[in-house]
Design a protein around this ligand. Structure first.
Ligand SMILES: NC(=O)c1ccc[n+]([C@@H]2O[C@H](COP(=O)([O-])OP(=O)(O)OC[C@H]3O[C@@H](n4cnc5c(N)ncnc54)[C@H](O)[C@@H]3O)[C@@H](O)[C@H]2O)c1
Length: 442
């Protein structure tokens, strides 16, 4: 099938406003990081938009530009920050509290810029994040009032900061588990549920709804349902707004979506995969609550099932014991340790084991993903793309896909999809890896 016509991508003129919902570890590490990169103090390691290249044409052509030179992304210089958080801490205090970055080396170097990012009062309801008790809120849990206040905030931010375009990214706590229900099925039902203060309308949905209504692309870094409901997916199409989610794919799941496809590619069997983590940041504390952990667990568990496809390969993957644990352990702070014990089997069913011990840094892994999502969401809007941006599934544990489709979880399929989307956007040939042309004899 020939791909649809190449879109026209509008240039990235003027300033880009980035609104983070939540100004905790990830958001403050993102903001400090971008400010450090702008000043030439550090490198944007982990960011595909800043460091990645893309192959164009045949391998013999040697065309491998940087992605940021190939597609018209907003420049880091043009980013202006805004945020909401129930804690009143500015980004300087938030970064210091989060304990991710070294104070002397990194936070002080950009202290002025960080001090300028002061959180707006949050649309916050403790019912959805019980472990957080803070007062920089809208002081109402009336859903209609919260929605209107978020819309006002977006417009005030736009005017005060004189930004041409705005992107919103959810970097706030994981909310309690909510199943898709009647209130989410249509815009009419959703609207009525807001007026009825229906508990299945979480604050994150109000942020996403406000973003779409105000013409702002929305990306969801947490596993909450948020924008992944029919009412908002359909509205995003109607209003021509790009949306994407859910849940940054940073540590253990990133590894899972590399090792899982490897097992399947080689037709190696799996009998069990036990994953456990210790984590001591505020996110870990929120996830210590079973209702909030349930949201995360669902997002983490789905991955293997889709990659291994037990229905097609019952002998290899029909009886896999898969367990995921997150344990709140304060001494480690943001420096998460994730263990994986993988029980696999090979030729004639002989068992083997694979152990992974990833001593990672949660927000160091998440910040570059948040940056890429912001820049690509803005690019998508300028390219006239709207609705679910499946090409951004590279960044997510539980990628949003069109109804009826299964999500691609394999990291390298996701990467190919992302790069082919960029090629298509710029009128370049798709890279299919067929490669017959190198061997044609005629
Ligand atoms: N760091 C990672 O590797 C990673 C990976 C995947 C997903 N995530 C998700 O990203 C999110 C942010 O992680 P973090 O480590 O920065 O957490 P964090 O606890 O440091 O920051 C979250 C912030 O959100 C605020 N918040 C809560 N509800 C809010 C609301 N309704 N409006 C505005 N602000 C609100 C909290 O007060 C807190 O300051 C979490 O949901 C986490 O699960 C992180």
């Amino acid at each position: 099938m020939t791909p649809p016509n190449t879109p026209t991508v509008a240039p990235a003129t003027g300033r880009l406003g980035v609104l983070t919902v939540g100004l905790g570890a990830v958001a403050s590490t993102l903001i400090a990081g971008v400010e450090l990169v702008k000043r030439g103090v550090s490198s944007p390691v982990g960011s595909l938009t800043q460091m990645g290249t893309i192959r164009l044409g045949k391998r013999t052509e040697n065309r491998n530009p940087l992605i940021k030179d190939f597609v018209p992304l907003a420049s880091l210089e043009d980013i202006v920050w805004g945020a909401w958080d129930p804690f009143p801490d500015d980004a300087y205090v938030a970064a210091t509290r989060a304990g991710v970055l070294e104070g002397g080396k990194h936070i002080e170097a950009v202290s002025e810029a960080l001090r300028e990012v002061r959180p707006m009062a949050a649309a916050f309801d403790r019912e959805y994040v019980k472990r957080i008790d803070a007062d920089n809120t809208m002081h109402t849990i009336n859903k209609r009032s919260m929605l209107n206040a978020i819309r006002d905030d977006i417009n005030r931010f736009r005017e005060e900061k004189q930004v041409e375009r705005v992107v919103m990214i959810w970097c706030a706590s994981t909310e309690i588990f909510i199943e898709p229900g009647p209130a989410h099925q249509s815009l009419d039902a959703f609207e009525a549920a807001i007026d009825a203060n229906d508990p299945t309308i979480a604050p994150s949905m109000l942020y996403a709804y406000a973003a779409i209504l105000e013409g702002v692309p929305f990306a969801n870094g947490a596993p909450n349902l948020t924008v992944d409901i029919p009412a908002l997916r359909e509205l995003a199409i109607e209003k021509r707004i790009p949306i994407s989610g859910k849940d940054f794919k940073t540590g253990q799941t990133l590894i899972k979506t590399v090792i899982g496809p490897m097992l399947r590619a080689r037709m190696l069997g799996l009998s069990g995969w036990y994953s456990t983590n210790i984590l001591g940041n505020r996110d870990g504390e929120v996830l210590d609550d079973p209702d909030n952990f349930k949201t995360k667990e669902e997002s983490k568990l789905g991955v293997l099932e889709h990659i291994l496809d037990p229905e097609t390969f019952p002998e290899l993957y029909g009886d896999v014991y898969h367990k995921v644990r997150i344990n709140y352990y304060p001494p480690r702070g943001d420096n998460k340790e994730g263990w994986d014990n993988i029980d696999l089997f090979g030729w004639l069913g002989y068992p083997m084991q694979l152990k992974v011990d990833f001593l990672c840094r949660d927000s160091i892994l998440a910040a570059p993903l948040a940056l890429d999502l912001v820049l690509f969401s803005d690019l998508a809007q300028r390219a006239g793309l709207y609705g679910i941006q499946e090409w951004l599934s590279f960044y997510y544990k539980a990628p949003m896909v069109a109804p009826g489709l299964y999500a691609e979880h394999d990291l390298f399929i996701q990467q190919t999809k992302l790069k082919n989307t960029l090629r298509w956007m710029m009128g370049e040939e798709q890279v299919t890896h067929l490669g017959r042309e190198y061997y044609d004899e005629g």
